[in-house]
Structures are given as C-alpha cells and as structure tokens.
Design a protein around this ligand. Structure first.
Ligand code: FDP
Length: 330
C-alpha cells in the first residue's frame, strides 16, 4: 500500500510506449487513437441519442453515435501523418490516407462497437487493429498492435504491441495511466459469454455450452463484445463465443474489425481464439465485412470447443479460400 500523501508515480500511455521501445510512428499512432477516444467518450456522455439523418431540437442534423465516433476517429487518423490506409466498420471500402506508406501503418477499426447498447446505458467500446505498411487485407497474425477502449462506468484502454497486454485508465485529468501490465489468462476460467440464439446452435456448439454449464462455468454475457472480452481478460480466464449458427454459418462478428484485434490481444495474454477449426489470426480475409464464428479466451475452453465441433460436426472448413481483391475508394 502507498503511504498517505505519497501516491504512486503514474505512468502515462506515451511514457509506457517509450519505455517499451515502441517505434516512434507507432507510439504516435496509438496516442492519437487514445486522444480520439476522449472525444468519443465525451459524445457518449453528453450527446443526444440521435438517429443518423434526423434533426435535433434546433433543426441541426443529428448523427448517430457510431457515425459520430467514426468521423472523430477517421479525422484524427487522417491528420496523424503516420497512416497509409484505413478501414472502418462503418464503411464499405478502404480509405487511402497517404500514398507514401514507408514507415506508416494501416488501421482497421470499429469506432463504436455495440452502439445499440448506448441507449440502455450499457458499456460499449472502440476496437482497433494496426498493420505495418499499406496492406490491410491480410491475416490478423501480421498485426503489429491491437487495442480497445472500453466506455463503461470507467474508461479503460487495453493495448498490445506484441509484448504482453497492458491496461490503462482514464483519470480525472483525462490522461490514460497504467493500471496493470502483462495481463495473463489462466488456462481455464470460470465464466462463459455465449452469443447468438441457442435454438440455432449446431450440435457441436450445443454440446460445448452444455459441457461448460455442467462443469460449473457461470454465464456472464453483457451483449457488448468489448466489455465481454474485457471481462474474460480482467477476470484472467473464461471464454466468449459467438458461434456459427444454423442460419448464419459464419456467425455475426466481423473478422477484420472485431475478431482480429481481440484475438491478437487474447493470444498475447496467453489465451487462444479460434473459429472452431483454426486460429482466428490465421484466416486469410476475402472481403472487408467478412464474418467468422469465434471461440476466444482461456486456452482449455477454446481447445474444448474445437474438440467438440470436430467430433460432432466434422473437420471441413468451407470459408477459407485464399486470395483477396483489395477494394479501395478513389
Ligand atoms: P451490437 O449488435 O449491439 O453492435 O458486433 C456487434 C455486437 O453488438 C457485439 O458487440 C456483440 O457481442 C454482438 O453484436 C451481440 O449480438 P447479439 O445481439 O446477437 O447477441
């Protein structure tokens, strides 16, 4: 415990990145995203819960929060001078920022994941994947960094540049300061967050859920991907899954904007992320808004999902073709 009047010296995000010898442009990029998140949190806390395209009391055009968050982040990245290409969950194409990509990064992001939860006052978040250079449609294994910002009762930021997973909290001076370093998942946890309608589960997934329940794993599902993953990470174990469903063979969550960055973070924390057949980070994307089923969290729970799916559903994987047509705006 710290002595009264002697608070522990706080390490802010930039200092943490510098102390970990993170390359200058990448440090700048991560800090710019952190800055953008402060405007996003302000919009969430103070904004009208507008619907895109409608007007507010004063006749001004009102923006839905996810559209607003997208604009805030895109503007910041556009002016950062370290971004080559960017891709947003809100857009259908890659947005070129700088043709001179030497030493720059490309960024895929979901500006406000779970935005439908804002009007019922549940936690939401921003998710970001960072790749070196200009190529953005590539397997998640090639990310150099990933991060998310969780807008809950507190605002926290979790990042990794490939040397562990670190959590920061936004303090009253609007600085992100270190809360904990090197978060590590236990091989097995005690909670599970199952997405999707249970009566649409396939035999392997139904058996999986039944097995988790039988072994005493507790149900902890908020309906928001960022808070649900954050819970698994900070409880140091457990599993989140949004599986393939009878009517949705690729599940619901987006590979490029949601799954890749979270899989990078969870693997960095010693966990695993799989589509039920192969690691999420090894999937070669074929299109921007591609979805994938996901089982992500403690290693043993993810291995169990794979085992039961193999046993009850066989080992074929239909959606893993190679080759990508890059779609860019011009
Ligand atoms: P939302 O539709 O509210 O934006 O990917 C979006 C997401 O939320 C995730 O945050 C969440 O895990 C999932 O969808 C929830 O889907 P269900 O409503 O089908 O459970």
């Amino acid at each position: 415990m710290d002595k009264a009047g002697k608070t522990k010296f706080q390490v802010d995000l930039r200092r943490h990145l510098r102390e970990h010898n993170v390359e200058d442009n990448l440090t700048h990029l991560i800090c710019e995203i952190a800055e953008a998140s402060k405007y996003i949190i302000h919009s969430i806390r103070t904004g009208d819960l507008g619907v895109a395209g409608t007007s507010n009391l004063y006749g001004e055009k009102q923006l839905a929060l996810d559209v607003l968050a997208d604009r805030i982040l895109r503007k910041r990245l556009d002016h950062s001078r370290v971004v080559a290409n960017m891709m947003s969950e809100e857009m259908d194409y890659i947005i070129p920022v700088s043709p001179d990509w030497e030493g720059k990064y490309s960024v895929a992001f979901d500006p406000l994941d779970g935005s439908s939860l804002v009007d019922v006052n549940l936690a939401v978040g921003t998710i970001v994947a960072i790749f070196p250079g200009c190529d953005i449609l590539r397997p998640g294994r090639e990310q150099v960094a990933a991060m998310y910002i969780l807008y809950g009762p507190r605002t926290t930021l979790v990042y990794s540049v490939g040397d562990g997973v670190h959590e920061f909290g936004l303090n009253s001076l609007m600085e992100y300061t270190l809360l904990q370093e090197d978060i590590t998942l236990k091989p097995k946890g005690a909670i599970h967050s199952p997405g999707g309608l249970r009566n649409l589960y396939t035999p392997g997934v139904e058996t999986y859920l039944h097995t988790l329940e039988k072994h005493g794993s507790k149900l902890r599902y908020s309906g928001g991907f960022v808070p649900d993953i954050n819970q698994v990470l900070l409880k140091k174990g457990g599993v989140f899954f949004y599986p393939h469903l009878k009517d949705k063979p690729d599940g619901k969550l987006r590979l490029l904007f949601e799954l890749n960055p979270m899989a990078f973070l969870i693997e960095q924390a010693g966990g695993a992320a799989s589509n039920g057949k192969q690691p999420i980070l090894d999937i070669m994307p074929q299109q921007i808004h591609q979805c994938s089923s996901v089982f992500i969290g403690s290693k043993e729970e993810v291995a169990l999902a794979q085992e039961l799916i193999r046993k009850h559903e066989g080992a074929t994987e239909p959606s893993l073709k190679k080759g990508v047509a890059a779609v860019t705006s011009s």
